[in-house]
Each structure stands twice: as structure tokens, then as C-alpha cells.
Design a binder for this molecule. Structure first.
Ligand SMILES: NC(=O)c1ccc[n+]([C@@H]2O[C@H](COP(=O)([O-])OP(=O)(O)OC[C@H]3O[C@@H](n4cnc5c(N)ncnc54)[C@H](OP(=O)(O)O)[C@@H]3O)[C@@H](O)[C@H]2O)c1
Length: 252
């Protein structure tokens, strides 16, 4: 099994790499921090993986492409692309400077496209493969203070849906939507309802990928939150529609 993982230097990416290592996979570990990757590489190898590490920034298409070409030249085929690298900074809109918001979009959206799209010709040629994109429950619910993060995750949800419709059905696309998972990203977050341990999250993610789920939202409580939100939107949407129609009828 040949797997390309971004965001492999910590958190979800690191623990997903350990799960696939136990299965004896050949893995490309990608992230910017070389030293962290080297430590994780050793653990993956000790668990049974064959590993190639690439110190790359996902926003830099040419270096991502170089790493993909190098990995493909070594493994010849690709089974799974796990587009996971992400940034979770807050907006700070009151400062009037969108730079950190732009960086979130750059990493979480452009970075995902840079990771996934270069693999498409190879997957079409081999007529197989799977793309797993890490979204978030923020793909459905936008919280105050993290508009760029929510926008980036709404975007990758749309991207994964479109990819699924664009690619031959032999190539599966899975959108992973975690709630709060223990990682560097959530260290500073104060309110983390339904928080889940990194290793447990990684096991759930790998199981969902293996089952070739289209969308995997976890832990389960978030499915209820998202369902309620949909119901509330639908109910309110219908009420607004009726009001709007009545108003229009009065005007005509
Ligand atoms: N933790 C949660 O509660 C949670 C919930 C929902 C979704 N997610 C999503 O899960 C994914 C993984 O996050 P995590 O929780 O595991 O956080 P994390 O521990 O902070 O990991 C983020 C990973 O992304 C890499 N990364 C960030 N910017 C990058 C860039 N420009 N180029 C290459 N690699 C980059 C980081 O490595 P380097 O710094 O070494 O480059 C790191 O390996 C993200 O997409 C995040 O949005 C997390």
C-alpha cells in the first residue's frame, strides 16, 4: 500500500502514519519541520513501514510536485493521498489585517489542491486510488473568530464533492470531518466539546478510509449538531420563503 501524507509532523497526520505503518505501508511523510519528520520516520519504520520524508510547504506547488514525482518514481503506483496539512489561526479582524486569514486559506485550500491534483493523472492512468481530504466540522458550522478557517473547510468540502463527481468511480474521495482532536492545533483552544484523543481519532479515520466512506464526521455527537443545524436552517428557510412570497404577492 503506497500512501502520501501531508501534515505528517504532528497530530492527526502523525498518528494516521503510525496506523498505516502497522499495516506495512510505504509512506511519504510530508511537512515543513524536517527534524520532527525524522523522529516520526524512525517510529514508522520500527512499526513496519517503508518511509520517504519530504520537507515541503504545501503552499509551494513546485516543491510539492517534486516530492510527488520522486515518490511515484519509487513506488510506481499510489493507493491513498491523505491531504491533511492545515493551519488553524484565528482571524483577528479587529486589527484590519487579513494576512493570517489569507495564510489559512493558502494552506488549507491551495495546499490541498497542490497535494491532490498532481496525483489525478496517475490515478486515472492506473484506474484506482483514493483521495482523503481532512475537512472539519467547521466545514458545516462557522464559529465567530475563525471565519477563514471555516471558509477553508467549507471550500475543501465543496472540492471533495466535486472531485467525487469528476473522477471515475474507481477512484474514491473521502472527506474526513473531525470535531476537536488533541493536537498542536487545539493546545491553546479553551472550549473543546467532545474532545477525542489523537490515536483514537487516527484509528477512526483509517477505518473510515478503509470503508471508502464519502464523508466521515466524528465523534458521533457532531452528526447531531450538524443535523440540528440543517433542520433549523430548513425550518427557518421555509419560514423566510413564506414571508418573502407573501410580501411579493402583496406587491403584485
Ligand atoms: N485537531 C483538531 O481538533 C482538528 C479538527 C478538525 C480538523 N482538523 C484538521 O486536521 C488537520 C491536521 O491538524 P492537527 O489537528 O493534526 O494539527 P497539527 O498537529 O497542528 O498538525 C498540522 C500539520 O500540518 C502541517 N502543516 C501546516 N502548515 C503546513 C504547510 N504550509 N506546509 C506543509 N505542512 C504544513 C504541520 O507541519 P509543519 O508545521 O511541520 O509544516 C503539521 O504536521 C488540519 O487540516 C486541521 O484543520 C483538526
Amino acid at each position: 500500500m503506497n500512501i502520501y501524507i501531508t501534515g505528517a509532523s504532528s497530530g492527526i497526520g502523525e498518528f494516521v502514519a503510525y496506523e498505516y505503518s502497522k499495516m506495512g505501508a510505504t509512506i511519504a511523510l510530508c511537512a515543513r519541520r524536517k527534524e520532527k519528520l525524522e523522529i516520526i520516520e524512525k517510529k514508522c519504520v520500527s512499526l513496519g513501514a517503508k518511509v520517504y520524508t519530504y520537507s515541503i510547504d504545501v503552499t509551494d506547488l513546485s516543491s510539492v510536485k517534486e516530492s510527488i514525482d520522486d515518490f511515484l518514481s519509487k513506488v510506481n503506483s499510489i493507493d491513498l493521498v491523505f491531504a491533511n496539512a492545515g493551519l488553524g489561526s484565528l482571524d483577528f479582524i479587529e486589527k484590519g489585517n487579513p494576512s493570517s486569514m489569507n495564510q489559512v486559506i493558502e494552506t488549507n485550500v491551495i495546499g490541498v489542491q497542490n497535494t491532490v491534483v498532481p496525483f489525478v493523472p496517475k490515478m486515472i492512468e492506473q484506474y484506482s486510488g483514493q483521495i482523503a481530504i481532512v475537512g472539519s466540522v467547521a466545514s458545516y458550522v462557522a464559529w465567530p473568530g475563525s471565519g477563514a478557517y471555516a471558509a477553508s473547510k467549507f471550500a475543501v468540502r465543496a472540492l471533495s464533492e466535486s472531485l467525487r463527481r469528476s473522477l471515475p468511480k474507481q477512484i474514491q474521495v473521502t472527506l474526513i470531518c473531525p470535531g476537536f482532536v488533541k493536537s498542536e492545533m487545539t493546545e491553546e483552544v479553551q472550549f473543546k466539546p467532545f474532545l477525542i484523543d489523537t490515536e483514537k481519532a487516527a484509528k477512526k479515520i483509517v477505518a473510515a478510509i478503509t470503508k471508502k466512506k464519502r464523508v466521515f464526521i466524528f465523534p458521533w455527537q457532531w452528526n447531531l449538531v450538524i443535523l440540528f443545524k440543517k433542520i433549523i436552517y430548513l425550518t427557518l428557510g421555509n419560514a423566510f420563503q413564506k414571508k418573502h412570497d407573501r410580501f411579493r404577492n402583496k406587491q403584485s
